[in-house]
Design a protein. Structure first.
Length: 359
């Protein structure tokens, strides 16, 4: 058993609640303290979830000597100042996505962590979900041949509330930051940074994007088509397309448990030599035998059940990095977080969308 790593929870909102519940599936995690803007909110949250120390300010939580790492689950517009405060207090930080409002803020956060030699990571839990990890391995194994395109989306019809976090520009509202971060982060993880970006948005009455889309182009000809919306019921999944087939990431994109593999041009009689890609596929334990699909294709779905609610996987990664003395995660590196924030800035620049108070 590894030594307990003591977590402080900065926020008492619904996502902080989910994160704490996820930590229950991490045997070496201890939820030591919670901080809120009021003592009453901290007391309620702590009593409901069994957290022993309850601070009536974020500053008091950051100063707690019995906290090793702080999870920040506040609204988007507070991520930068909350992270800088915790880093200044000597705490490692796992900051909820999107990492910041813009690349300038993200750069200041990253520089502060590196100058103090403290761990910092964007809480992009999707990357640590077992099905998404398996997707990346299958692509690296060449299962669907040369990967050429991907499509990904995330959306739902949200009830309009001009003061809520989804529609309030002061809170970093809009589909891009809240929903688009998932398809965009997935495309970065699989394809890397794009060389060309085109985008389009429909801005709602509060000035944030209620429907938006981005097209990424790459030097080698690959493309990624991504869209996100607060105004329609989108599939909220992804499909990666290659020269020998495709892999579907079944919804929800942020926490998938199923992949569907569709392959074409399978070898004929056993007497014929099998190509190298099929030999690799045969070594994958869960890829036997594929069911019939469309003519010339075989398809099968695979399930990767989650342990816990999914938040535990990113927490385990953060704790592994702390135990090994790492300043950042290789699967969610800070340079990539910064590159993604710069891409988000580029996507919305043609729309004229700016968030109040951003620098």
């Amino acid at each position: 058993m590894n030594p307990k790593i003591r977590w402080g929870i900065l926020s008492t909102g619904s996502i902080a609640d989910s994160f704490v519940r996820g930590l229950r599936f991490c045997p070496d995690a201890e939820v030591a303290a919670v901080g809120s803007r009021t003592s009453a909110a901290a007391e309620r949250f702590g009593a409901r979830l069994g957290i022993p120390r309850r601070h009536g300010s974020y500053e008091a939580l950051a100063a707690d000597p019995d906290v090793d790492i702080v999870y920040i689950g506040t609204p988007h517009n507070l991520h930068c100042q909350n992270t800088l405060m915790c880093l200044a207090a000597g705490k490692a930080v796992l900051c909820e996505k999107p990492f910041a409002l813009n690349a300038d803020q993200a750069g200041r956060m990253i520089n502060a962590a590196r100058s103090r030699r403290l761990f910092l990571m964007e809480a992009m839990w999707m990357r640590f979900i077992p099905a998404v990890r398996e997707l990346r391995r299958l692509l690296a194994d060449g299962l669907i041949g040369e990967v050429r395109m991907m499509e990904a989306d995330f959306g739902f019809p949200a009830a309009f509330d001009p003061h809520g976090r989804l529609f309030n520009p002061a809170l970093g509202g809009g589909a891009l930051l809240d929903l688009g971060i998932y398809p965009i982060s997935l495309s970065y993880w699989l394809f890397g940074p794009p060389s060309r970006i085109e985008s389009l948005a429909v801005l709602g009455p509060t000035g944030v994007d209620e429907k938006s889309a981005a097209l990424f182009g790459y030097e080698d000809g690959r493309m990624a088509v991504l869209h996100f919306t607060l105004a329609a019921d989108a599939p909220s999944g992804a499909v990666v397309m290659g020269t020998r087939g495709r892999i579907h990431v079944q919804p929800p994109i942020f926490r998938p448990e199923r992949l569907s593999v569709v392959l074409k041009n399978l070898p004929g009689p056993a007497s014929k030599p099998r190509p190298d890609w099929m030999k690799r596929a045969a070594r994958l334990p869960f890829l036997a035998p594929l069911k019939k699909a469309a003519a010339g294709h075989r398809a099968r779905g695979f399930k990767f059940p989650l342990l816990g609610n999914g938040y535990n996987y990113e927490a385990e990664e953060a704790m592994r990095c702390l135990r090994e003395g790492r300043m950042e995660s290789a699967d969610m590196p800070l340079d990539e977080t910064l590159a993604i924030m710069r891409t988000l800035d580029r996507i919305r620049a043609p729309w004229g969308l700016k968030y109040p108070g951003e620098t």
